[in-house]
Ligand binder design. Structure first.
Ligand code: GDP
Ligand code: IMO
Ligand code: MG
Length: 429
């Protein structure tokens, strides 16, 4: 396998983890390059369901090195819980100690970050972003404001103490006077950091540099993205986005390897669209069809349990995501969910209801999206269970026509088709 980036190409929850788990068989090293425990990644292997948030989805193979990369933000309590949950499902703790690695450069989400995230959302009222309240935005804001705490800082008491002396007076003012929250004492922060150090210590890889020289030359690398391009800080529906870069560009930076090591960018698209949180979603269906997609697709958030908003596949945003996200191939998931519908729609353009103009360019200002309605093309459904199909040939003709149309519009090959949550339920084209 070529070194591959697995990128979410819609609003997240496209089924990236299933695809990462599948491709991990052929990889030596799997690295998560951005995001934090806002992600909710489901892998179903041999009928057993696992939920990951920070741990790369390759971990189930128990012999692949899996790393939480420099571009990620880590809430150590969440990671501890996640490991405990997976261990409770039968994966040996020793495997994590042997194969799970953490970049010393990743940033720590402190309690004050989650406090601020919650407060920000409350303060925004009806204009809220609908974040996962995992402290993601405030952690990345501090990173870019050069006042974040990195994993490596936890292991240098003297420097950490100085860093906290610099950070805390300003942070406490922000907590008290901007958000009306309780300030922290230096002792509290030091105690929190000490606790985080003991959680992360077994996994932090201070010798990553020499390994990376070898990996880049001799190993097959799989880059696992979180969220999706329509939630990208630069290219998504700003400000209703996450605070990192899920695109392949983000992989080049967040995995500490640069762009030239990437050979393939696999964009993961769901056969319809979902979104959790706020922000416009042009093909959203507020009707029985939307409800049916949610019910059949099991569309509820892995991290927050929120019902996901559902709608038809939007080729306008898909083409945009392919361009800005650097996608070279498509993995299409949840095709089985569409088996229940008499008719399947594809949005092929947006119509401006004020001017009547029709465009296939994605309008980047999300606040204008209320002026657009999708222009649909309708295809006949196949109304047959396809969850047992394992080859392209076995798919019904109407499904093949739908796939061909998608490839034609998007200008890329669909090389993986997923017809169920399990590893086995996959067609490699
Ligand atoms: P991620 O965040 O992109 O990894 O996706 P999530 O795990 O949040 O959501 C995808 C959901 O769809 C999970 O419950 C998966 O088990 C499930 N899933 C993935 N691929 C398929 C598929 O082809 N068909 C069906 N029915 N479910 C799928
Ligand atoms: P995976 O990796 C779907 C959404 C939140 C909110 C916005 C900002 O499972 O695809 P944040 O907490 O990141 O500041 O929230 O982004 N969001 C996701 N939606 N899947 C995710 O991850 C998401 N991670 C964040 O709902 O709208
Ligand atoms: Mg998810």
């Amino acid at each position: 396998m070529k070194n591959t980036v697995v990128v979410g190409a819609q609003f997240g929850d496209e089924g990236k983890a299933k695809i990462t788990d599948l491709l991990a068989t052929e990889a030596d090293f799997i690295i998560r390059y951005q995001g934090g425990s806002n992600a909710g990644h489901t892998v179903v292997a041999d009928g057993k369901k696992y939920a990951f948030h920070l741990i790369p989805s390759g971990i189930l193979y128990e012999n692949k090195v899996c790393m939480i990369g420099a571009g990620c933000v880590i809430k150590p309590d969440d990671l501890e819980k996640e490991i405990n949950d997976v261990v409770a499902q039968g994966i040996k703790r020793e495997y994590f100690e042997k194969y799970l690695k953490i970049s010393p450069l990743a940033h720590i989400t402190m309690k004050y970050h989650t406090d601020i995230d919650g407060c920000n959302e409350t303060a925004l009222g009806p204009n809220k972003i609908g974040t996962t309240k995992k402290g993601i935005g405030p952690t990345y804001a501090d990173k870019y404001n050069r006042c974040g705490i990195r994993v490596e800082d936890l292991f240098n008491k003297e420097l950490l103490s100085k860093k906290i002396d610099n950070i805390l007076p300003k942070k406490n003012k922000e907590l008290e006077f901007v958000y009306g929250l309780k300030p922290f004492t230096k002792e509290q922060i030091l105690e929190e950091c000490e606790r985080y150090k003991s959680i992360l210590e077994p996994y932090v890889d201070f010798n990553w540099q020499e390994k990376f020289f070898d990996y880049k030359k001799n190993k097959t690398i799989l880059f696992e993205g979180a969220q999706g391009i329509m939630l990208d800080i630069d290219y998504g529906t700003y400000p209703f986005v996450t605070s990192s870069s899920p695109s392949a560009g983000g992989a080049a930076v967040g995995a500490s390897m640069g762009p030239m090591v990437i050979n393939r960018v696999l964009g993961v698209f769901k056969s319809y669209m979902t979104r959790v949180g706020e922000g416009a979603f042009v093909t959203e269906l507020d009707d029985d069809t939307g409800e049916e997609l949610r019910k059949i697709g099991g569309e509820y958030g892995v991290t927050t349990g929120r019902p996901r908003r559902c709608g038809w596949f939007d080729t306008v945003s898909a083409k945009y995501a392919i361009m800005v996200g650097g996608i070279t191939e498509i993995a299409l998931t949840k095709l089985d969910v569409l088996s229940n519908f008499d008719e399947i729609k594809l949005a092929v353009a947006y119509k401006n209801i004020e001017t009547g103009d029709v465009t296939s360019n994605y309008p980047t200002n999300v606040f204008t999206h209320k002026n657009y309605v999708p222009v649909y093309e309708t295809y006949k459904g196949w109304k047959t269970d396809i969850s047992k199909c394992r080859t392209y040939k076995e798919l019904p003709q109407n499904a093949k026509s739908y796939l061909k149309k998608l490839e034609e519009i998007l200008g890329l090959k669909i090389t993986i088709i997923s017809v169920g949550p399990d590893r086995e339920q996959t067609i490699i084209v």
